[in-house]
Design a protein around this ligand. Structure first.
Ligand code: GLN
Length: 546
């Protein structure tokens, strides 16, 4: 059971990149030889992120055990060597659900059930459980200090000071008045630390998001007003490459301050845990590769949640990882499928890209735009990767335009279609509740051949799913006759479920019913993305020759 807990809170405003800060801190600690866990506390009342709109909240990250979670867990998994599970995302909804269930079972018989101690105890119990078998847990508190919703979480982490070794890190924003004096303004930071103190938490470390590194006088000022030592005021400047952040923090000795706070000494040999100075070799290597990658390729993501930068977060990262593996810079552009649908101009939009990804999604809007894009890539031999809904629509396009099945569709969008080439399985038809009822998490997929076998180099894989509809096995024969290869398959009873589709005669045409992007890491780029980027680069060079 971990005795050491680091709490990361946020001040001034949201969207400061607290998730990446948390992941970076945990990554340095892992590099020092600690076994680490990372946890996200989310103050919203939804039980999980599964029913939340990506337009509002960005991507829903799916874990191996099928939890639909906050996207910060994606950062944790990409930065760390561990796998996330449903334990790593604690929401207000989950906490209340559990307390109310206990109350109904009569576990609190006689007492009035209250926020303190019942809700706060439940929060602490959940947090402590994530420390089983670990040395240190880094806990990110979602929201901003001062929000009503986050109060029970802040109270719970305040109480933990008495029970465990703790370190409180506050992430704030230091704006620069670029247009006038060019000054770094510390007042928002001062006020947000005051707010935190009101709740009873004195930060040990303040991490300041700003466009640039903080100058010394500003560090001194924050140190004085917020009562932390000068070394404990850490800059979090803009970087093009998020994987550089652990190095930026290490260079400012963040790990030493944490060590001192938790163990009373700088990293040497501590107790029986032997933390070493972090060497950060793999991080240095990633930085070198990214800095040395000269040539770039252009990849389009065709989707509909294009107005939220984080809606395709894991997908964008996985594409970048494919770039790292090939030592190429990847320029990713989001393309609104609805616009293609309205203007019917995939050639204008897609020409000039070296590869196209058709993203997953829900709902009818922009569907025909995705289908037009798939048709254009199929006919023009442009590398294309379809993910989940993207793969389903590859099949719809093929059915309509190659197999001659007029009006073929997914029954999600046209329940009356004569050719439901994408359809619900029988057990999904009975489900009425929407929360947590999709096919979720890791499922075994058998690889039967084709590019998939060359790419995965194994005949059995586990990939993460998040969908209700399936490519219908009833049409497999017709598709195969017309040139589709079902190179990955799983099964439900004796019903085969297509998982990977390919067109072998095409340069690179692959659709996956699962989401490979969730398992890609910068140090272990997902093979599908490595292969896709390689093919896109080849396509680019061939195109340049002609
Ligand atoms: N809407 C589709 C389904 O439920 C695809 C979901 C997705 O792309 N994640 O099957």
């Amino acid at each position: 059971m971990a005795e050491n807990f680091i709490f990361v809170t946020g001040g001034v405003m949201s969207s400061l990149g607290k998730g990446i800060v948390t992941a970076s801190i945990a990554a340095i600690l892992e590099d020092m030889g600690f076994s680490v866990n990372a946890v996200k506390l989310d103050p919203y009342i939804n039980v999980d992120a599964g029913t939340m709109n990506p337009f509002q909240h960005g991507e829903v990250y799916v874990t191996e055990d099928g939890a639909e979670t906050d996207l910060d867990l994606g950062h944790y998994e990409r930065f760390l060597s561990i796998q996330m599970s449903r334990m790593n995302n604690i929401t207000t909804g989950k906490i209340y659900y559990s307390v109310i269930e206990k109350e109904r079972r009569g576990e609190f018989l006689g007492s009035t059930v209250q926020v303190i101690p019942h809700i706060t105890d439940e929060i602490k119990e959940h947090i402590k459980k994530t420390g089983e078998g670990k040395d240190i847990v880094v806990v990110e508190v979602g929201g901003t200090v001062g929000d009503i919703e986050s109060l029970p979480f802040l109270e719970a982490i305040r109480q933990m000071k008495k029970e465990k070794r703790t370190c409180y890190i506050h992430v704030t924003y230091v704006p620069i008045l670029e247009k006038t004096s060019g000054e770094f303004k510390t007042k928002p930071t001062q006020h947000s630390v005051m707010k935190l103190r009101e709740i009873g938490i004195q930060p040990d470390i303040i991490i300041c998001r700003s466009e640039k590194f903080l100058p010394n006088d500003i560090i001194k000022k924050i140190s004085l007003f917020c009562d932390v030592s000068e070394e404990a005021v850490i800059s979090d400047p803009d970087t093009e490459n998020i994987y550089e952040l652990p190095l930026i923090f290490r260079d400012q000795n963040l790990h030493k301050i944490i060590s001192k706070k938790l163990f009373g000494t700088e990293p040497v040999t501590l107790f029986d845990m032997v933390p070493k100075e972090p060497r950060m070799e793999k991080w240095e290597k990633i930085k070198r590769i990214i800095n040395n990658s000269k040539e770039d390729i252009k990849i389009a993501i065709v989707g509909k949640y294009t107005s939220h930068q984080d809606a395709y977060l894991s997908l964008k990262e996985a594409i970048r990882h494919g770039g790292i593996a090939n030592e190429l810079k990847v320029n990713i552009q989001l393309i609104d499928s609805e616009e293609i649908e309205q203007r019917k101009n995939p050639e204008e939009v897609i020409n000039g890209f070296d590869g196209v990804v058709i993203a997953g999604g829900f709902g009818k809007r922009g569907i025909e735009g995705k289908i037009l894009s798939i048709k254009f890539c199929r006919e023009n031999n442009i590398p294309i990767l379809g993910i989940c809904l993207g793969a389903q629509l590859m099949v719809v396009e093929f059915a309509r335009n190659v197999c001659g099945l007029k009006g073929a569709h997914s029954s999600e969008f046209n329940p009356d279609t004569e050719y439901p080439v994408v359809d619900l399985l029988e057990d999904q038809k009975k489900i009425t509740k929407l929360g947590g009822t999709m096919r979720l998490g890791a499922w075994e997929v058998k690889i039967l051949g084709g590019k998939a076998l060359q790419i995965y180099k194994t005949d059995k894989i586990y990939e993460r799913h998040r969908h209700r509809y399936e490519i219908s096995h009833k049409f497999i024969k017709i598709f195969e006759e017309k040139g589709i290869l079902f190179s990955g398959i799983s099964s439900k009873g004796d019903v085969p479920i297509p998982e990977i589709i390919e067109i072998p005669s095409h340069r690179w045409f692959i659709g996956t019913q699962f989401h490979p992007e969730f398992k890609s890491k910068p140090f272990a780029p997902h093979p599908l993305f490595v292969s896709f980027i390689e093919a896109s680069y080849k396509y680019k060079t061939e195109r340049m020759k002609n």
